[in-house]
Design a protein around this ligand. Sequence first.
Ligand SMILES: Cc1ncc(COP(=O)(O)O)c(C=O)c1O
Length: 373
Amino acid sequence: MQEAKLKIKERILMGSGPCNVHPRVLNAMSQQTIGHLDEQFAQISKEIKYMLQRIFQTKNELTLAISGSGSAGMETCMVNLLEPEDEVLICINGVFGNRLADMAERCQAKVIRVEVPMGEIIKPEHIEQALKTCQPKLITIVHAETSSGVLQPLEEIGKIAKEANILFVVDAVASFSGIEIKMDDWNIDAIYAATQKCLGAPPGMSPISFSQKAIDVILKRKTKVQSWLLDVLILKDLMTAGKRSHAYTSPVSNTYALYEALLMVMEEGLENRYERHQEMHILLEDSLKKTGFEFIVKPAYKLPFVNVIKIPKGIDDVVFRKELKQNYGIEIAGGLGKYVGKVWRIGLMGEGCREDSIQLLLNAMQSILKKCK
Ligand SMILES: Cc1ncc(COP(=O)(O)O)c(C=O)c1O
C-alpha cells in the first residue's frame, strides 16, 4: 500500500472539541468508498438511525446524520421551522445562543432574546415571563454551552413549551453521548448534535431528529425552505431506499466513522459512558482545586466535559497554551466572548475523557506554572 505524503503531528485534544478519535474509528474511516446508493450503505444508514434514536431517546422516524458540522444541524432547524415574520424565542447564555439568534434573523424571523449572563442558566420563570408578551413559534436553547461550561436543565422548559403549543428546539452539539438526553420525555421537537465532541468521531456530520409535530409545521409552510441542501423533507429521502438518488451524495467515509463511533457507544453502554464522563470530571476537578484553581460555574449546573477555570494571576493565556501545545502536545481551549484571556476550558470528551490524559495534562500544567513563577 502506498503511504500518504501528508503527515499530521498528533496532539492530545482537551479543548472544547474536536477530541481525539479512537484508532478503531479511524480504521473504519480509511476503508474504500462505496456509492451512497449502494445497498450496504443503505443498511449502514439504517443502523445509524437506530443508534441515534437510542442516544437521543426518541422514536422519531426523521432521525439521521446530515453532512456538515454542528452548525449545519443548527441551521437545518432554523431554516425548516422558521418563515419570515415568525416569532422565535432564543435563550442566550453564551456564544452559541447568539449564533442561533443570528441564524433566526437570517430567516427573517422576529427574534425575542431571553438572555442571562454567561455562566448562568435560563430558568423556567425567565421563559414564563417572556411568554407574557409574545407568542413564539419556537423556543431554542443550548443544552451544553461550551463557551461557558454550563449544563442547561431542559425538562421544565420542555413542559412549558408543550403546554403553550410552542416547538422546543435544542442544541445538543456537545452533550450528545456525554450526558443523558431524553428527547421524547422532555418534549423536544427538533434537536441537532455533532460528531466531534463526546461521541469522539471526526467532525463533519450532524445528527438531527425532528418530531412529528415539527414535521407537521414544516408541511404547512407557506414558503419553500430557502435552503435546498438543508430541507429536511429532501434529507428524509436520504433514509428511504429507492428514493436516495433524490437527495445529495452522502459523506461516505465520515459515515463509516460515525457508524463505528456509535457502535462503540453502544458497546460501552450509555449509562457507563455518562458515568465515565462524570467520574473523570470529578477527578480533574479535585486535582485542579487542590492546586488552587477556581472553577467559575456553580456546582449545580457545571458541565462535566467542559471545565472552565480561571487563569491564575500573572499567567499569560496565549504563552501558556502555546507552551502546553508545543512542548507537551496538549491542546486546551481559551475563553470565548467575555471570557477571552480570563479562563481556560478543559475538555473531557469521548476518547480524551480518560485518566491518562488527565494525568498528562496536570503534570504538564504544573511544570509550566512552576517555570512561570
Ligand atoms: C454548544 C455548541 N453549539 C454549536 C456548535 C457549533 O458546532 P460546529 O463547530 O460543529 O459547527 C458548537 C461548537 O463548538 C458548540 O459547542
